[in-house]
Design a protein around this ligand. Structure first.
Ligand code: NDP
Length: 331
């Protein structure tokens, strides 16, 4: 596999141009290109430039509006709805987060429900934005079905990611961001292509038997949730929050309306934030730091988000798959 070095600015421009040429206005293209660039910067490669062909496919098929203008509506003093205007999620998030920060700082708790949008980015972007304001953030979203609920042999859940960020004064936040499936379907497909096994129980074959054969999972089989019925309960919760509560499509409904153009399906996102200062009191940071000190001092432990934050310190160029760069230039 050949790779080409690109600076973060070159990555941003590559993404921005591909989006603009294919129907995104500057406002929307900037939001998506920033999310993509941050993913490359932090080493979340599966949500960086790799996603641009999918974003462009959704613009070309007109599934997604490149000139979306998301708007906030206050549902209560603590709850805001962003109507994404059928654009990409990063634009709706950019519009929603500043008001979410304001209400959370005032009332201690805030909820942001995002509807009519198309999401297939990493979620740490939004929870970290809250942590940078000294707030705790939780975000989750559903997707098209590829994961079987515990006990079932057919998919109903999406890979349904959830992210949590805890702010730390003068330090990067502690952030986790993870799919609730055992593995991303893309990784299973790569293992199938390269002839590698996956851990036993990553998914089921077409007859519903647990397997370590990625071919069997990718061709007619299904993924499972992490942690058996416990992960299944969390994936179910995400369906209920990001679709039931938000008032947008469950994964099974998103599949019915999606045109399968390779771009992100329509759906909602649920974001919640808390002010530790208002809820725990002035000493919240020092108290939590004692906990992080204990945790980090244990042999073998590293804090989630640390890998990404270490990558972020490197301001130099990133190595990008050369074929992908050509593909994006030709879009
Ligand atoms: P990973 O399994 O790679 O990582 C999950 C989390 O665990 C990360 O926060 C990671 O931190 C942390 N972590 C990993 N190893 C350790 C360790 N040894 N000790 C402590 N923490 C650790 O992520 P997934 O493959 O599950 O998800 C990847 C991305 O895909 C996410 O960003 C998610 O939002 C996105 N996604 C988006 C979807 C969408 O529809 N929008 C659908 C599904 C997934 P670190 O980053 O520092 O390694």
């Amino acid at each position: 596999m050949s790779e080409t070095s690109l600076t973060l600015e070159e990555i941003y421009k590559l993404a921005l141009n591909a989006l603009k040429i294919n129907g995104c206005d500057e406002y929307n293209a900037e939001a998506v290109a920033t999310t993509v660039t941050y993913a490359e910067r932090d080493g979340s490669v599966s949500h960086g430039l790799f996603r641009i062909p999918g974003y462009v496919a959704a613009l070309k098929s007109k599934k997604v509006k490149g000139d979306a203008r998301p708007k906030n509506t206050f549902l209560s003093q603590n709850a805001i709805r962003v109507d994404g205007d059928y654009g990409f999620a990063p634009t709706a998030i950019k519009v929603g987060i500043p008001d979410l920060v304001k209400i959370t700082k005032k009332h201690g708790v805030g909820v942001l429900t995002i509807t009519n949008t198309h999401h297939f980015a990493a979620l740490w972007h939004e929870t970290e934005a809250l942590a940078e304001e000294n707030l705790i953030g939780i975000a989750c979203t559903a997707y098209k079905p590829s994961v079987a609920p515990a006990g079932a042999k057919k998919p109903l859940f999406g890979t349904n990611p959830i992210s949590f960020a805890w702010p730390r004064k003068n330090k990067t936040p502690v952030v986790y961001d993870m799919a609730t499936s055992t593995m991303a379907m893309g990784e299973v497909q790569v293992a199938a292509r390269d002839g590698h096994k996956v851990p036993f129980g990553t998914g089921l074959d077409k007859d519903g038997n647990k397997t370590d054969d990625p071919q069997a999972i990718a061709n007619g089989g299904v993924l499972l949730t992490f942690g058996d019925y416990k992960g299944s309960a969390i994936a179910m919760m995400i369906e209920l929050l990001a679709a039931g509560l938000v008032g947008d499509l469950f994964s099974f409904e998103a599949q019915k309306v999606d045109n399968n153009d390779g771009g992100p399906a329509r759906g909602g996102e649920f974001i919640m934030s808390f002010s530790p200062e208002l809820i725990a009191g002035e000493n919240w940071n020092e108290h939590a730091e004692k906990f992080f000190k204990e945790l980090s001092s244990m042999d073998g432990v590293r804090l989630p988000g640390q890998r990404r934050h270490n990558n972020r310190n490197d301001e130099g160029p990133r190595k990008i798959n050369s074929e992908l760069i050509e593909k994006i230039k030709n879009l």
